[in-house]
Design a protein around this ligand. Structure first.
Ligand code: ATP
Ligand code: MN
Length: 143
């Protein structure tokens, strides 16, 4: 059961965009301040063809880059885990949040497509369906 006062277990879904990078900076600050844990998630969406090797390698690389930069910025290595999943990004974010028992999802309001829309479709779907508290980091947020 989510408790707003329980220790922070943050799910940080990343897509490699500038917006999810900002969300990562916010998550890092919060995790450091509250001795929280961060679960980094990258989802590979079905592309019509078979899952491409470069997509998996790219996703793994992305997760490692984020993990390393968080450790370099002072987050305890034991507080970070990484996960790569396949499927619909929003569904995977919601399922992972439940399975891993996180109590916060921190994500960009936007992603790779950018600020053409009010919010990205992944964020919109997560907000609509998540039972876990979601912190959407807006494009103009200055950390
Ligand atoms: P759209 O995808 O609807 O064209 P967009 O790319 O601008 O719009 P979203 O995809 O909704 O916006 O991205 C919003 C946030 O969702 C990102 O900042 C990131 O936190 C998360 N996200 C999006 N795609 C993925 C993914 N494949 N894996 C993990 N997180 C993702
Ligand atoms: Mn997107």
């Amino acid at each position: 059961m989510d408790n707003i006062l329980s220790p922070m277990k943050i799910l940080l879904p990343i897509d490699g965009s500038e917006y999810s990078k900002r969300a990562a900076q916010v998550a890092l600050r919060i995790a450091k301040l509250h001795s929280g844990q961060i679960l980094l998630l990258h989802v590979i969406a079905p592309s019509g063809q078979e899952r491409k090797k470069w997509m998996v390698e790219g996703g793994e690389k992305l997760l490692q880059v984020y993990r390393e930069s968080m450790v370099n910025e002072g987050l305890d290595e034991a507080s970070i885990t990484t996960l790569i999943e396949n499927g619909d990004p929003a569904d995977q974010i919601i399922d992972t949040a439940e399975i891993k028992g996180v109590n916060r999802i921190i994500m960009g309001t936007h992603g790779k497509t950018g600020i053409k829309k009010l919010a990205g479709s992944v964020t919109e779907k997560v907000l609509r369906n998540s039972k876990v508290l979601v912190l959407g980091v807006p494009p103009n947020y200055e950390i």
